[in-house]
Design a protein around this ligand. Structure first.
Ligand SMILES: Cc1cc2nc3c(=O)[nH]c(=O)nc-3n(C[C@H](O)[C@H](O)[C@H](O)COP(=O)(O)O)c2cc1C
Length: 191
C-alpha cells in the first residue's frame, strides 16, 4: 500500500518526535511508526527510511529519544517531518519558533519539553523490514506529562482525541457475555 493511500490512511497513529545525535548533528524527525512493543524489558520500535538523517545518526551513536508529540506541538511535527537534518538545522529553527528542549538524563540526544511522553532509548536491535529499518530501543529512562494529550495522526491530518465512546449498558454487556460463553470451546494443543 503506497504512502497516503486511502487504505494506509485508515491507521490512527501517534507521532513520535525522534531526537538523535551523530554525523548530522542534533536532529529531530517525525515518526508515526513508533510503537511500544514490550513491557519487560521496555522496548520501543521506530521504523525509519534509510535515507533519513536520523537513520544515520542512530546507526552511528546507537541512542535515540522518543518524544510523543502533544496536541499543542503539531507545528513541530510538520517541521520535523517536512525537512531533513541533512539540509536544515531543525533544532535551531524550532528553538527560534519557541519550542523548548532539555538535556536528557542518560543519553546524548536532547529531549523535547512539553511532549506527552519522553523516553530515552539505547539501540538494542536493528532490522531491515521492507523499505524501512526498524530500530528497537531499550527504554532506560521515561517520564510523562499528565497535563498533555498525545497528538493523533489520521488520514494525513492531526487530531485530538477527546471523546470516549459510551459503553454498552450493563444489560447489553450481560447479553453479549452470554452469547460469547455459548461458543466457549477450550482447546489444548500438544506439540
Ligand atoms: C506526521 C509524519 C509522520 C511521519 N512518519 C514517518 C515514519 O514513521 N517513518 C519515516 O521514515 N518517516 C516518517 N515521516 C517522514 C520523516 O519525518 C521525514 O522524511 C523527515 O524529513 C526525516 O528527517 P531527517 O532526514 O532529519 O531524519 C513522517 C512525516 C510526518 C510529517
Amino acid at each position: 500500500m503506497p504512502w497516503n493511500d486511502e487504505r494506509s490512511n485508515q491507521f490512527i497513529t501517534n507521532v513520535g518526535l525522534i531526537t538523535s545525535e551523530g554525523p548530522f548533528g542534533p536532529n529531530v524527525m517525525a515518526c508515526e511508526w513508533t510503537h511500544h512493543i514490550s513491557y519487560h524489558p521496555g522496548l520501543i520500535a521506530v521504523c525509519i527510511r534509510a535515507d533519513d538523517a536520523t537513520h544515520e545518526n542512530i546507526k552511528q551513536t546507537k541512542e535515540f529519544g522518543v518524544n510523543l508529540c502533544a496536541t499543542d506541538q503539531s507545528v513541530m511535527s510538520s517541521i520535523a517531518g517536512g525537512y531533513s537534518g541533512s539540509n536544515y538545522d531543525k533544532i535551531s529553527a524550532l528553538k527560534e519558533l519557541g519550542f523548548e528542549f532539555y538535556k536528557a538524563e542518560r543519553i546524548t540526544p536532547i529531549m523535547i519539553k512539553g511532549a506527552a511522553v519522553n523516553i530515552e532509548c539505547v539501540l538494542s536491535k536493528e532490522i531491515i523490514i521492507g523499505d524501512h529499518t526498524t530500530f528497537v530501543g531499550e527504554v532506560i529512562e521515561a517520564s510523562n506529562n499528565p497535563d498533555k494529550i498525545p497528538l493523533a495522526y489520521y488520514g494525513g491530518k492531526y487530531w485530538t482525541i477527546n471523546t470516549d465512546l459510551i459503553k454498552p449498558s450493563v444489560r447489553e454487556r450481560e447479553r453479549i457475555k452470554k452469547v460469547v460463553e455459548k461458543y466457549r470451546n477450550d482447546k489444548k494443543i500438544t506439540y
